[in-house]
Design a protein around this ligand. Structure first.
Ligand code: NCD
Length: 305
């Protein structure tokens, strides 16, 4: 597989296969520890990251491979004005696979065009974040034991949050999924995704403005951070950032087996008091991200274990 730009580049069968491999890695890590020996991953992060970059790097190391890269574009030649195309052309000559994050939507597509090796989109602007979706799907599968017949609530910044954009596109391909979007008017889910992924397929969804009114019906609650870096003015950010704060009292009417997720970093959206709730899965979700990325690297490098 040459590139993963969008989660829809993978068929449902391919996603299921990746999740099965990720679960096998969790059960039998030693089987995979040398699978990518002598292979090199480059992590090119033109935008800040903790989890995505470190989980990609940990994933490659745990497969026996090595990693090069940068985590701050100011330390790369892009700060001197080098084009993305040239950077990729060069790095593509050094390594076997590239994972890149960029503030501009579509930048990874440009990169993939200039590379003869596989390129993975590790987040582009407010567009897509397909490897976070693999982490999310693995988390849902491990907690719910299924990826169909679920009511999934997504709460917060649904406009700029790339994680929810990719997650909706993925879950819309499973059966019996209902979506509940919880957002203020200014941060509602983009119409192009609602029309393109949900309405075109006749998938049920509703848009509400409080989490209280839908809490009892949710199987999954996916909280998101208000994406400060995508706002045009600080006043709007300050007004909207604390619209939703999940606290233990709001969880009283929720299902006993609710799966509470967040791609992290969290700012105020989930009170730390929720961390002790057995339904809180966001830290497990980060670990699942590493296993999902291990499975993805194996697939993209066409390594069979
Ligand atoms: C997310 C991202 O970068 O889009 N973080 C992540 O990859 N785990 C979510 C966010 O930054 O809010």
């Amino acid at each position: 597989m040459k590139k993963l730009m969008n989660i829809t580049d993978l068929t449902v069968e391919e996603i299921d296969e990746l999740l099965a491999v990720a679960q096998d890695i969790i059960a039998n890590p030693e089987k995979y520890q040398d699978a990518c020996r002598h292979k090199l991953l480059a992590t090119l992060f033109f935008e800040p990251s903790t989890r995505t970059r470190l989980s990609f790097e940990s994933a490659m190391h745990r497969l026996g491979g090595s990693v090069v890269g940068f985590s701050d574009s100011n330390s790369s030649s892009s700060s001197k004005g080098e084009s993305l195309a040239d950077t990729i052309e060069v790095v593509g000559g050094y390594v076997d696979i590239i994972a890149m994050r960029h503030p501009k939507e579509g930048a990874p597509v440009v990169a993939a065009r200039h590379a003869d090796i596989p390129v993975i989109n590790a987040g582009d602007g407010s567009h897509n974040h397909p490897t976070q979706t693999l982490a999310d799907l693995l988390t849902i599968l491990r907690t719910k034991k299924r990826l169909n017949n679920l009511t999934i609530g997504m709460c917060g910044d649904l406009k700029f949050g790339r994680t929810v954009h990719s997650l909706v596109a993925a879950m819309a391909r499973y059966t019996g999924i209902k979506f509940v979007f919880i957002a203020p008017d200014e941060l509602k889910f983009p119409r192009y995704i609602i029309e393109g992924e949900l309405e075109s397929r006749g998938i049920e969804y509703k848009e509400v403005s409080t989490m209280e009114e839908v809490m009892p019906e949710l199987d999954v609650l996916y909280m998101t951070r208000v994406q400060q870096e995508r706002f045009f003015n600080e006043a709007d950010y300050l007004r909207l950032r604390d619209t939703y704060i999940l606290t233990p009292d709001k969880l009283v009417p929720a299902k006993e087996d609710l799966t509470i997720m967040h791609p992290l970093p969290r700012i105020n959206e989930i009170s730390v008091a929720v961390d002790d709730d057995p339904r809180a899965c966001y830290f497990a979700q980060t670990k699942n991200g590493m296993y999902a990325r291990m499975a993805l690297i194996l697939k993209m490098l066409e390594v069979n274990v």
